[in-house]
Design a protein around this ligand. Structure first.
Ligand SMILES: Nc1ncnc2c1ncn2[C@@H]1O[C@H](COP(=O)(O)OP(=O)(O)OP(=O)(O)O)[C@@H](O)[C@H]1O
Ligand SMILES: [Mg+2]
Length: 287
């Protein structure tokens, strides 16, 4: 893969990838919310986006441009007004029933009556994993998110950032092939945030999970992603897609954050967000 960040006219992943081999296939999706007094909000307007297995795609854009709506539709927590969504070739509903993905959203959504360990074990329990296996996996994930001293604590005994880390650990419990993450690091301090980004890159490299990741942070999107999808609001549409090729997950260490290539990609995304064409190539994000 090249190391240049280039705007991409295509919101699709690798050329030639067939529909059945896609992790996520969003086709012509609109979501209109009925507002008060007959007014309606077009949260998403004819959005098409595909994510290949193992691919990391970030969604970035101003508040209200439909990022959470799109993620919720992929997770089948909401239904498109028009259009179709498939996850690993299945209708979104079936993928939810089969629990084909892990979710970490803006709110941690932990069960208050369960400890850190109990919350992380939940998806494993629902899928019938044995007690010893559950404990071992939970301990591994608790260490990963740096909460070993808090394994027996309840959510209300944790800070917001710590609760968020529990939610991230829980989303990883079953090593899903797809992770849907909505600003999962928003509540974390800068140092923890960068550590979690490094861990996420490592985990994705190890598990080959595809990720759809919502963030407001341009450097975060660039550091993590294969492609950055820039959305615009009212109506929510894909403005542009930037392919970022900053090396394989294994090569993406701390030094990358100081890399010239990294800064270049950051300014390209910034320009796209502000509606300016980066030198050379601005692509209409036709899907
Ligand atoms: N359940 C709902 N009912 C009515 N309108 C909604 C609903 N959910 C979202 N919207 C509207 O749809 C638009 C997109 O909302 P969404 O939450 O997807 O934005 P977002 O890009 O995630 O914003 P943020 O960056 O602030 O999280 C907004 O105008 C919002 O008011
Ligand atoms: Mg949101």
């Amino acid at each position: 893969m090249g190391r240049n960040a280039t705007p991409d006219v295509n919101a699709g992943p690798v050329p030639g990838a067939g529909a059945a081999s896609l992790a996520v296939d969003v086709r012509g999706v609109s979501r209109v919310f009925a507002g008060r007094k007959g007014a309606s909000v077009t949260a998403l307007d004819d959005v098409s986006l595909t994510v290949a297995p193992g691919e990391f795609v970030s969604l970035i854009g101003p508040s209200g441009c439909g990022k959470s709506t799109l993620l919720r539709l992929i997770a089948d927590l909401d239904t498109p007004t028009t259009g179709e969504i498939r996850v690993f070739g299945k209708p979104a509903r079936q993928a939810r029933i089969d629990q084909d993905y892990g979710i970490a959203f803006q709110q941690a959504g932990l069960l208050p009556w369960r400890t850190v360990t109990g919350n992380i074990e939940l998806p494993l329990e629902l899928h019938g994993a044995g007690r010893a296996a559950r404990r071992a996996r939970a301990a591994e994930l608790i260490e990963l998110v740096g909460l070993s001293e808090f394994a027996g604590h309840y959510p209300d005994q944790l800070s917001g950032g710590m609760q968020q880390r529990v939610a991230i650990a829980r989303s990883l419990a079953e090593s899903p092939s797809l992770l849907l993450m909505d600003e999962p690091f928003g509540a974390l301090d800068e140092m923890t945030r960068e550590r979690m980004q490094n861990e996420l890159v490592r985990i994705c490299g190890e598990t080959s999970a595809a990720v759809v990741f919502v963030t407001h942070s341009i450097p975060e999107a660039v550091f993590l992603s294969n492609r950055v999808v820039v959305l615009e609001p009212r109506p929510g549409r894909i403005r542009d897609v930037l392919r970022v090729g900053l090396g394989n997950p294994g090569e993406r260490g701390e030094t990358l954050r100081e890399d010239e290539e990294f800064f270049r990609a950051v300014s390209q995304v910034r320009e796209l967000l502000h509606g300016e064409a980066p030198a050379g190539a601005r692509g209409a994000a036709t899907q």
